[in-house]
Ligand binder design. Structure first.
Ligand code: GDP
Ligand code: MN
Length: 403
């Protein structure tokens, strides 16, 4: 689960990580109040107004149809008013949002930490994530912070410092010192960075996060180290342990179809093709998408209905798939292990009748316990449903019904 920058910063703050301070606002009036608060706190007229959307690249991104950037410096209350009204309620398009962009519902009015007279603020990069091949967390850091870390990783990978964390002993002091040293930090900045990394790792670990990306981490000329941005990704599967973090979810930032799926306990990811898939088990769902492609089709979605496919989940699955106007055929691929195929087949027929007319052909492949009984039920249902037993046959059939 993704959360907003301002929420990520609140978490970091709780763990003692120094962050660029800010106040979040949903309206222009709130933004003006927030500016009041921030400018009193910092005793400065400068502040940055930052669009809060679940995507990066805001600094370079633009509000659709304008030259307005997603992150802007304000030098007065008047500026804040203008910027906030230019951002709020409008669509920000960044390299990460794609063409459709995301609507800005909130802005963060933050202290200007690149203070005037600061001759050399230094933008660094720090992230923590799970390295799946090494099966442990890794801290990555670079002196080349700012906005284009992907470029750095591609063209000058040697500039990315990595420390892998042994899960048996956790993040060690020498590793924090190692990173700080390799970032070229000395004196107080070095000490600050060691503290920063240690607190950051603790926050990552205790919140069961799957990714932290702090870009930029700023080193000010008076040797403070602070998080200017915070991209935080929480592990969905651990959210049950953190009701306070689960409450940070902002559904308006998520794909409405994926939200609906998660409410019916379905695992759904929307794709661009025209063959809707409904499968039990994530591995089988992946294999199903592969075989659809192998036979020249394009999957419209990934959908895992879970182990106990029944009339209720099948109905929810059909309804979800049918919301996608690109879907021209549906491929149901169920392996009856614990759940028997005849029960699944009855579930499909029941769901079909409940929904009424399904406007696209359905190919059902049932394999496993009572597969033949299942196929019989499908074939005798009198519905526009075709059954197949072999995966290959099913994939061919899908292509045939599409043609
Ligand atoms: P992103 O573009 O979505 O990653 O958003 P960031 O939070 O990283 O902000 C983008 C850029 O805005 C940063 O790289 C900075 O250059 C700039 N920025 C952020 N905070 C400040 C600030 O306090 N003062 C100034 N002058 N610029 C800032
Ligand atoms: Mn950033």
């Amino acid at each position: 689960m993704n959360i907003h920058e301002y929420q990520g910063k609140e978490i970091l703050s709780k763990y003692g990580v120094r962050v660029q301070r800010g106040v979040v606002a949903s309206t222009v009036e709130e933004a003006e109040k927030a500016y009041q608060e921030i400018s009193e706190l910092t005793n400065s007229k400068f502040a940055v107004v930052k669009s809060q959307i679940h995507a990066g690249g805001r600094g370079k991104g633009k509000i659709r149809g304008t030259e307005q950037r997603g992150v802007q410096l304000a030098k007065s209350a008047e500026d804040v008013k203008t910027i906030a009204s230019n951002l709020l309620g409008n669509t920000l398009v960044t390299i990460q949002t794609g063409e459709e962009g995301k609507v800005v519902n909130k802005v963060l009015v933050a202290e200007d930490v690149y203070y005037p007279g600061d001759s050399e603020p230094k933008e660094l990069y720090v992230s923590i994530l799970l390295d799946r091949t090494k099966a442990c967390n890794v801290i990555m850091a670079s002196t080349e912070g700012g906005m284009d870390i992907e470029e750095v990783a591609e063209h000058t990978p040697e500039k990315i410092i990595k420390e892998w964390i042994d899960p048996r002993v956790g993040f060690q002091g020498y590793q924090a010192r190692n990173v700080a040293y390799k970032l070229g930090l000395t004196g107080n900045a070095n000490k600050e960075m060691v503290k920063f990394l240690t607190s950051l790792y603790k926050a990552y670990d205790e919140t069961d996060s799957s990714m932290f990306e702090i870009n930029p981490v700023l080193k000010t000329s008076d040797d403070k180290i602070l998080a200017v941005d915070a991209k935080v990704n929480l592990d969905d599967n651990a959210l049950f342990r953190h009701p306070d973090l689960a409450a940070l979810r902002d559904k308006s930032e998520e794909d409405p179809m994926e939200v609906e799926a998660s409410e019916s306990d379905l695992n759904y990811v929307k794709l661009d093709g025209n063959v809707g898939c409904m499968v039990n088990g994530a591995g089988l769902a992946m294999a199903t998408m592969d075989i659809i492609k192998l036979y020249g089709g394009e999957p419209a979605n990934f959908l895992d209905v879970g182990g106990g496919a029944n009339a209720v989940t099948v109905e929810a699955g059909f309804r979800l798939i049918l919301k996608d106007p690109n879907v021209k055929a549906i491929f149901v691929n169920i392996f009856g292990g614990i759940v028997r195929c005849d029960r699944v087949a009855n579930g499909i027929v029941e769901a079909y009748k409940k929904i009424g007319e399904i406007p696209v052909p359905i190919v059902v492949r049932l394999q496993g316990t009572n597969a033949e009984e299942g196929a019989k039920i499908i074939n005798e249902s009198g519905l526009k449903v075709y059954s197949a037993v072999k995966l290959k046959e099913a994939a061919e059939l899908v292509q045939k019904v599409l043609a």
